[in-house]
Design a protein around this ligand. Structure first.
Ligand code: C2E
Ligand code: MG
Ligand code: MG
Length: 589
């Protein structure tokens, strides 16, 4: 069975005198006992001897291998490389065995390839150098390595995914989920150390304005800039979270009391308030910040965040750009707002809305040249509610759409009625909210109102704010031109308070700019110069648009505006908004 004759005992015994000759142990016994596949080759590359593990490994019978070049155990594609390796290591072999030699590939008789690790051991003999190749199949190890690599990659991927799942994609800040975890552990730690935890709820003031007038890309840039400022303005142990939109929540653990939080809030407000560079724009924003404290204001995560939110809302209501600490009374404000929305829902059916009319006046002649329709809500318990109180709620809830349709219809109907009553026909202006203007079918709605009421289109003026106009400029231009071609008049309301791009304004078919009241109010005494008003009037003139000054209350303001050659005005100085009967009397006079 054993092909001892193939082993040139003379050569082997030449290096190991005595061991094989005394018959105590045959060279073959040694080879067979080895766990590894062993292939003995002559220096010229021919196979001299193989053991049984080698037969099994390569799938050859012994007689198929003996005397054949060792290259038949090497895949074709590797033969050249193997030959080079062999040549390179030949000199090495002469000196010492090479352990853990280079990783190579073996070829089975059936043509399959597999990774092997080969140890080369030289065996000097009179007929030349013999080399014992100890060959180990390392497929399993390779597989395990590949699996481990795969696992590592998978774990890294999982880490990235879970990071994404817990962070906001735009700003990289923590998201709500992570916020709750951090707040929970901050509370636990505060309990252990007898500390307090602050929760600051921050909302950017008039962010929608930036988004609407400069576009969402600029809005996103601003949010990123704010996020970076927030992170930089708090301690490393604080958690800054994007709560959604332009809302951020900051968890401030380990605070001693309100004073610590006041200092932190001042730092945060200053950081946000410094000018931002956002996509090529220099932007100034402020923030309204509400703060709730554990354990004083609430004991659980949800209530803490909600109280901080309420305090923020309060900060907004009271002039923005401010910090408010939660008090239990603040909840009343929120409840009121919810009641307002509830009441607003049925107000149209209950016919609770009325329009008041304020005269627009030619500043040179003092003649009335138009009217602005301003909505009021006759609330069953509260009395007459001003639009500033309920229009924002109507806008938020979408109710502004049906309400706005009613306003258009009612204003047109009233104008026609006055005319039929033989009163002087004056153009009537209605205010349009962003949500109405952006809605599909706005244009058709206006056309229908005109058709149903029979009002001459040139007697209807639409007032749109800058932010409405600057939102998606291309579609805005299209709608404006459609309205214009119907014969309507278009005015920019509250001009000067937004971020209008003048080059766009120039391309819109605008008839009038209504300079915001805040500029007019700055004219305190006669002879004062308000550079903005002066500039706006000059600009309107160069754009060939009418300029209407809003909120004229004093003779001094009127005199200044006249001197600036502002043509039109509106304000308490000429007349407050009046119910239709009283306004009719004014028209008659
Ligand atoms: P607006 O369009 O800029 O209207 C001018 C506001 O300034 C009116 O307030 C008017 O009463 C007030 N006002 C006029 N002259 C003076 C003055 O000399 N001094 C002062 N301090 N105020 C003056 P009102 O009626 O409370 O309306 C506030 C805002 O509510 C309006 O600002 C407009 O943006 C919105 N609004 C009013 N009616 C409607 C409506 O039917 N639909 C929509 N979407 N918004 C409306
Ligand atoms: Mg207006
Ligand atoms: Mg206005």
């Amino acid at each position: 069975m054993r092909q001892v004759q193939q082993l040139d005992a003379g050569r082997v015994s030449g290096t190991q005198p005595g061991l094989f000759q005394n018959g105590a142990i045959s060279a073959l016994d040694v080879l067979e006992a080895a766990p590894d596949a062993l292939v003995l080759i002559h220096e010229d590359g021919d196979i001299v001897l193989v053991n049984e593990p080698a037969e099994r490994l390569f799938g050859y019978r012994r007689d198929e291998l003996l005397g054949r070049p060792v290259q038949i155990l090497v895949p074709w594609s590797y033969r050249a490389a193997h030959a080079m390796q062999l040549a390179r290591y030949r000199n090495e072999w002469r000196r010492r065995p090479l352990r853990g030699g280079p990783e190579l590939f073996g070829l089975r008789k059936d043509g399959t390839e597999f990774p092997v690790e080969v140890t080369f051991s030289p065996l000097a003999s009179p007929k030349g150098l013999l080399v014992i190749l100890a060959i180990r199949d390392i497929s399993a190890r390779k597989r395990a390595e590949a699996e481990r690599r795969h696992l590592i990659r998978e774990r890294a991927l999982y880490g990235a995914i879970s990071r994404l799942a817990r962070h906001d994609a735009l700003t990289g800040l923590a998201n709500r989920g992570l916020l709750k975890d951090r707040l929970t552990s901050a509370i636990a730690s505060a309990d252990r150390h007898g500390d307090k935890v602050g929760v600051a709820f921050l909302d950017l003031d008039r962010f929608k304005h930036v988004n609407d007038s400069l576009g969402h890309a600029a809005g996103d840039c601003l949010l990123q800039s704010v996020a970076a400022r927030l992170k930089a303005s708090v301690r490393r142990t604080d958690t800054v979270c994007r709560h959604g939109g332009d809302e951020f929540v900051i968890v401030l653990p380990d605070v001693k009391g309100r004073e610590d939080l006041e200092k932190a809030a001042a730092k945060i407000a200053a950081a946000v308030g410094a000018p931002h560079r956002a996509c090529g724009h220099e932007l100034h924003v402020t923030a309204s910040i509400g703060i709730a404290m554990y354990p004083d204001d609430a004991k659980d995560v949800e209530t803490l965040i909600s109280h901080a939110d309420t305090a923020m809302y309060y900060a907004k209501e009271h002039g923005r750009d401010s910090v408010r600490f939660f008090t239990p009374e603040m909840n009343a404000l929120l409840i009121e707002r919810r009641e307002l929305e509830g009441g607003l829902r049925g107000a149209l059916e209950r016919r609770e809305f009325v329009l008041h009319y304020q005269p627009k006046v030619d500043l040179r002649t003092g003649q009335m040249i138009g009217a602005e329709a301003l909505i009021r809500w006759r609330h069953p318990e509260r009395g007459l509610v001003a639009p500033q109180t309920f229009i924002p709620v109507a806008e938020e809830s979408g109710l502004i759409v049906p309400i706005g349709q009613w306003v258009q219809f009612e204003a047109c109907r009233q104008a026609v009625a006055w005319r039929k009553a033989g009163l002087q026909p004056v153009p009537v202006a209605v205010n349009i909210s962003a949500l109405e203007f952006r809605r599909k079918g706005f244009f058709e709605g206006v056309r229908r109102v005109l058709a149903e009421t029979g009002l001459d289109p040139s007697l209807l003026e639409l007032e749109l704010t800058e932010s409405v106009l600057m939102e998606s400029v291309a579609s805005t231009a299209e709608i404006l031109w459609e309205l214009k071609s119907m014969g309507l008049r278009l005015a920019v309301d509250d001009f000067g308070t937004g971020y209008s791009s003048l080059s766009y304004l120039m391309h819109f078919p605008i008839d009038a700019l209504k300079v915001d009241q805040s500029f007019v109010h700055e004219i305190a005494t006669e002879g004062d110069t308000s550079p903005i008003i002066t500039a706006v009037i000059a600009m309107g003139r160069s754009l060939k648009q009418r300029v209407i000054a809003e909120g004229i209350e004093t003779e001094a303001q009127l005199a200044f505006l006249r001197a600036q050659q502002c043509e039109e005005g509106q304000g308490f100085h000429f007349g407050r908004p009046l119910p239709p009967e009283l306004f009719a009397a004014l028209l008659a006079a």
